[in-house]
Design a protein around this ligand. Structure first.
Ligand SMILES: C[S@@+](CC[C@H](N)C(=O)[O-])C[C@H]1O[C@@H](n2cnc3c(N)ncnc32)[C@H](O)[C@@H]1O
Length: 224
């Protein structure tokens, strides 16, 4: 796992093309998976919500649209990713924060989430612990995993081995997108990651749903 500073520099470096590349690399499908996360996040009508590792702010913006009553904070440690988010709306409070060491008070938020961020955090157990400290009710996590079934495995490995490196090369961001592939191919998923969440957060009710045969997973952790 690269150090936090290396990861921050990498995201600062790709901030300008991040949204476009996300749409190209997932053929727009990431939007559907993000919608599922947002539905979970607003389901209990929260009034205070934190989106960690918000990047260019997609999730925070979608939450605010679906839960107009809520105060939404989008935080990230990459100033340049946040600068892209800031350009999109001022309805959300954007804050520079390291998810491993949040400056918020205990239980400040009803719900918190992290979308395609946890895999990139240097110490993800510490990040989960911090998210649990500042959250009263529910934590939602969207992250890549590895598909179990053959047809999806073939699609996944094809995308990872050929399509993403090709696009990375076209945009001259090979290093960042090679890292995306390497980290996604080995990040723990499904039951294994539920155990990590349970242990790190202390939230007892942890469930998951998989999308596209296990390319992406949505984890929901609730306090009982
Ligand atoms: C792949 S992007 C995800 C952005 C957005 N949530 C999305 O779903 O498109 C990963 C984000 O994690 C952030 N990140 C990685 N480690 C972090 C940390 N320790 N604290 C805060 N943000 C972090 C990066 O700066 C980057 O913006």
């Amino acid at each position: 796992m690269p150090e936090a500073n290396t990861i921050k520099n990498m995201f600062n470096n790709i901030s300008g093309s991040y949204d476009l590349l996300n749409d190209i690399l997932s053929l727009g499908i990431h939007r559907l998976w993000k919608k599922a996360l947002v539905s979970e996040m607003v389901e209990n009508s929260p009034t205070k919500v934190l989106d960690c590792a918000t990047g260019t702010g997609d999730i925070a913006i979608m939450i605010k649209k679906s839960a107009k009553q809520a105060q939404v904070i989008g935080s990230d440690f990459s100033e340049k990713m946040l600068a892209q988010a800031q350009k999109k709306t001022t309805d959300i409070t954007w804050q520079v924060q390291d998810v491993m060491n949040l400056t918020y008070t205990d239980q400040q938020f009803d719900n918190s989430c992290i979308s395609y961020g946890i895999r990139n955090v240097e110490n993800y157990e510490q990040a989960l612990k911090e998210m649990a400290r500042v959250t009263q009710k529910k934590i939602c996590i969207l992250e890549f995993g590895q598909p179990k079934f053959l047809p999806f495995k073939l699609i996944y490995f094809g995308i990872m081995k050929y399509f993403i490196p090709f696009i990375g090369k076209v945009f001259n961001k090979q290093e960042a997108y090679q890292y995306l592939i390497d980290s996604s191919m080995k990040f723990p998923c499904a039951e294994n990651f539920c155990k990590v969440i349970q242990k790190s957060t202390g939230f007892e009710d942890v469930t998951y749903r998989s999308f596209f045969g296990g390319i992406t997973y949505l984890y929901v952790a609730k306090k009982k």
